[in-house]
Design a binder for this molecule. Structure first.
Ligand SMILES: *[C@@H]1O[C@H](CO)[C@@H](O)[C@H](O)[C@H]1NC(C)=O
Ligand SMILES: *[C@@H]1O[C@H](CO)[C@@H](O)[C@H](O)[C@H]1NC(C)=O
Ligand SMILES: *[C@@H]1O[C@H](CO)[C@@H](O)[C@H](O)[C@H]1NC(C)=O
Length: 448
């Protein structure tokens, strides 16, 4: 078996919005590496289909299906936490098995293991074959930091926490649930805790963010980890030609936005996983209708059925409901005035990249922490009062952006961050430099 070629093993975490950014990163790396570099992408069963449907799979990416840990389903495929649990239990042997196949099939030994940071056992696989482990953290540097502080946070008696780079308003209640889990042996908490204990073994930790967003947190991370490489926002560095606009025009979002006043439109979307509870859908709808705020709301059919009777007819003049929205194009349109979001990292990063202030309604994972950062650290938006939508709370939050001085300040702040993000991805910007570092790191491990 040869070692004269680069062969990069990419290990994806197949849940939520984890696998896609890893693929994006490969596509970005690929042109900077020797043309005979092989990428082997390991993900559960859907991956081959989804990669091919993207239509942009470079020829040098080989896709391998990893066992999802499901033995017999009796027709009921496990979902949610149960599916995650089964998958975690199947690691690392499910990965090892296909990784071996990939080496045999290509005849080339791996030169590096590039994994989702969640897959902390990758350090063992990398040690075994004496190659570096590079970990990809798909969320913000703040949420990475709190995982590294798990022991400190769990032993803290105060309701407020003092961790570098967070404002003094940081609370225990802002923590990702895994950090505070009663039992750290449960699959998700244990995976994240083990990640925290082992991440310093990674030759580098790569983040889809930019250093200037969280300078103090990054300084602290650099003390704890070997190498911290913020290389984002990836959305500001398009790798493939835009094809989304057609899909967008199909629903007429951009054409509709063209007719709206500057910074007047409310864009609402809660990601692909979350569905708003019915009472909150009603509250949001009533708020939009009462104030006649122009809006685009990305809402699936199961949400539409909870709208107040006649809502679609009464608001058709000033609002638009779509089952899927070309989010980046919408946010980047000058007519959009505020983004109402669940505060998943990709959404926040897109909001920042387009300079749109946010109203946060967090649900799970790192979303509460992200909302805290939006409101108290970056000061580019608000958390919804009381943690969920009421008609009054929603009107009040929206009014902040359309008729109050405070809204102007938040908008200015996010536009400032957008400029910093654009600086970071310029050829001499921090993210571009970090990206070059990453390329060198991947390259120099060619074992000749
Ligand atoms: C990875 O696998 C998951 C689950 O099978 C699937 O939903 C996702 O689209 C896949 N992603 C990629 C980039 O292959
Ligand atoms: C993925 O698709 C390609 C092309 O259709 C095929 O050659 C390959 O065997 C597939 N791999 C898996 C793991 O399904
Ligand atoms: C937003 O639009 C401008 C052109 O109006 C473009 O230069 C920029 O790349 C876009 N930003 C994003 C994040 O798509």
């Amino acid at each position: 078996m040869t070692t004269s070629q680069l062969h990069i093993a990419l290990l994806a975490f197949p849940f939520g919005s984890h696998a896609a950014p890893l693929l994006t990163l490969v596509q970005k790396l690929s042109p900077f590496l020797p043309s005979d570099t092989i990428f082997s992408f390991f993900n559960t069963s859907q991956s081959n289909t989804s990669i091919f449907s993207e239509g942009s799979k470079p020829d040098n990416i080989k896709v391998y299906n990893v066992w999802d840990g499901v033995t017999e389903t009796n027709g009921n495929k496990p979902v949610g936490l149960e599916a995650i649990k089964l998958f975690i239990q199947a690691t690392p042997t499910n990965f090892e098995k296909v990784m071996k196949e990939a080496e045999e099939e290509t005849g080339v030994k791996f030169s590096c293991i590039f994994s989702d940071a969640f897959l902390w056992f990758s350090y063992k696989l990398a040690e075994k074959i004496n190659v570096p482990w590079i970990a990809f953290w798909t969320a913000a540097s703040g949420s990475l930091s709190v995982h590294l502080y798990t022991d400190f946070i769990r032993s803290n008696d105060e309701t407020s926490l003092n961790i570098p780079g967070f404002s003094s308003t940081l609370k225990i209640s802002d923590m990702p649930p895994e950090v505070m889990a009663e039992n750290l042996d449960l699959p998700m908490p244990s995976m994240l805790y083990n990640m925290a204990l082992n991440l310093h073994k990674a030759a580098a930790v790569v983040l889809n963010s930019f250093e200037e967003l969280d300078p103090t947190i990054n300084k602290d991370l650099k003390v704890k980890l070997q190498k911290v490489l913020n290389i984002g926002p990836l959305v500001l560095q398009p790798t493939s030609p835009k094809k989304v606009l057609d899909a967008c025009d199909e629903r007429g979002c951009i054409i509709w936005l063209e007719k709206q006043k500057e910074e007047s439109v409310v864009y609402l979307s809660f990601g692909t996983v979350t569905t708003l509870p019915p009472n909150e859908i009603v509250a949001v709808a009533e708020a939009l209708e009462a104030k006649k705020f122009p809006f685009i709301w990305s809402l699936k059919d199961n949400g539409i059925k909870n709208l107040p009777t006649g809502f679609l007819e009464r608001t058709g003049q000033f609002g638009k409901i779509v089952s899927w929205a070309p989010q980046l194009e919408i946010l980047n349109h000058s007519a959009v005035g505020v983004f109402v979001t669940h505060c998943g990292w990709n959404s926040i990063l897109e909001g920042i990249s387009c300079g749109v202030p946010m109203i946060c309604r967090p649900f799970f994972g790192d979303q509460k922490l992200n909302s805290r950062m939006v409101e108290s650290v970056w000061q580019i938006g608000l958390q919804i009062e009381g943690g969920s939508f009421t008609k009054i709370g929603t009107i009040s939050a929206l009014d902040t952006f359309f008729s109050e001085e405070k809204g102007k300040v938040l908008r200015e702040n996010v536009k400032g961050l957008k400029e910093r993000a654009l600086e970071a991805v310029k050829p001499d910007g921090s993210s571009s430099k970090n990206f070059k570092d990453l390329v060198e790191l991947v390259k120099c491990h060619k074992l000749t």
